[in-house]
Design a protein around this ligand. Sequence first.
Ligand SMILES: Nc1ncnc2c1ncn2[C@@H]1O[C@H](COP(=O)(O)OP(=O)(O)OP(=O)(O)O)[C@@H](O)[C@H]1O
Ligand SMILES: [Mg+2]
Length: 339
Amino acid sequence: MTETEKLFNYRSGDVAKLLGISKSKVLDLVTKDKLKYEEQTEGQQYVFRPKNIEAYLKTLREKGKTEVRIISLLNIKGGVGKSSLVIFLATILRKMGFSVLVVDIDKQCNVTEFILGDKAPTSKQPYIKNIFRQDDLSIEEIIYRGRDGLDIIPANINLARIETVDLGDFTLFDDYVKENLLHKYDYVLIDNPTSLNDMVKAVLISTDYVIPAVIPARWSLDGFDFLEETINTLNRQYKMRRETMILGTICNMLTVKKSRKHMKKNEQALMMLKDSGEVPYDFETAVPNTTSYAQVIENEESILEANIETKYKKILVDLAFEIIERIHDIEKELRKKPA
Ligand SMILES: Nc1ncnc2c1ncn2[C@@H]1O[C@H](COP(=O)(O)OP(=O)(O)OP(=O)(O)O)[C@@H](O)[C@H]1O
Ligand SMILES: [Mg+2]
């Protein structure tokens, strides 16, 4: 087994975290043969693989027992790693056994080009704009299968043409989600442009969890208030399936290895962010600034197959785990509250 495969080798406790259930429930599912395992260790511990998780989740979705979680990587400040994080997290969630759809609403098409390469749509082929024009397209026509088992609703540079247009109806994306995606995917990850145009707002109202990224410099917080205000306003205006909330901020591009002086500066900046209370619920796992990540994007490689140190893959796996666990915690709380 490769070092990378080992990152996806699960014990009962890990499966409990991935599925948001207790460890005893995991063991119960195994006893009832609803959840298959790969092998048993000498110490009688079960070992699971992503395909086991995948098979179990598939049965849940088919019975309509799980609903998609829609996650938007969204910032007002650009260049902080949104597109890279969408690509990395989507790849890892998919590898873990989840069914994942990526949605690109950025005319720059970074994520589309990475996932689809030569298969990226021309302006004549279906892409995200068709959803906003209410074109009668089947789900197969607008969802493309890309690398690493990822599905994507792609973007095209011609989005620039409708980006500035008043949408009128903000619920078009939500209608599409309800009709087509609710029990088809476990996670939808959306890559956004840096503006809050009508299309972004339309997607935002059906987003469950917004994840902004920050880089450890004071100015990367610019626009954060505006983002929160916009979310609050949209929540008041539109009563959707769920309220949109900020799940947590990812601290990206943390410099850890350069000169001591530089490291200190970055760490201080990060501490300042945390202490300021302006960055809500940041994740424990910070993403370091490393050419390894930049190269993977630049070379259009799979993060899992790339020849980079395993520790860099592990950081992203840890981050994915943190995101999943936080979502499960929130959903547990929501279930307790009366509707
Ligand atoms: N952790 C990291 N370490 C090093 N380089 C990174 C890291 N994350 C992202 N980058 C690089 O930083 C640049 C910007 O990243 P990316 O395009 O993902 O940001 P973005 O927020 O989507 O930008 P935009 O606002 O233009 O959409 C890219 O060249 C990317 O390879
Ligand atoms: Mg981007």
